[in-house]
Write a protein that binds this ligand. Sequence first.
Ligand code: ADP
Length: 193
Amino acid sequence: MVNLILFGPPGSGKGTQAAKLVEKYNLLHISTGDLFRYEIKNKTELGLKAKSIIDKGELVPDEITVGMLRNKVEANPDVEGYIFDGFPRTVPQCEALNQLLSENSEEVTLLLELEVEDEEIVNRLLLRAETSGRADDANEDIIKNRLEVYKSETIPVSDFYDKLGKTIRVHGQGSIDQVFERLSNEIDSTILC
Ligand code: ADP
């Protein structure tokens, strides 16, 4: 199996690139952000809990996030691999993912980090708000909070996998196809050797 983590700040293009990568490598895309939005739309108990946290730009507690992720993975065992997008976002989530994969004698193959400058991110998210209807994209203070949380809680995830020799950083600016080519080249050179 090929188990990829697509990593990067909010608005770095993870969702866009994941959609292209799943086609090329035949993997299952699991986005915790999308899973939360699905729960919110359906007004489930989990969705109601998550909504107020997400709207403020904070992280949903690990216990809730990990449980939701585990359900999704366990519901899809017959796949060639996963692309995790927006997960793990904290070091305890890294440990939970390792545990979950190791139960099936699997491990994380690679963490691909999309590097994008803060100024570009704010512009991209404000633009996305015009069509996404996402409250967390529409307000500059909330976007700045998400970037703060990213730096304090989430960057350690990339360091965690770096210590295992699994982190690869890729320039996340340029056209969608240029970024896709950079990511594909890194994946190919890892899985083909
Ligand atoms: P983005 O990458 O644009 O910030 P996502 O769609 O990945 O957006 O996530 C939206 C929100 O959902 C996050 O700001 C956070 O509140 C919540 N969320 C998503 N994934 C996680 C996670 N792994 N742990 C905790 N909270 C999460």
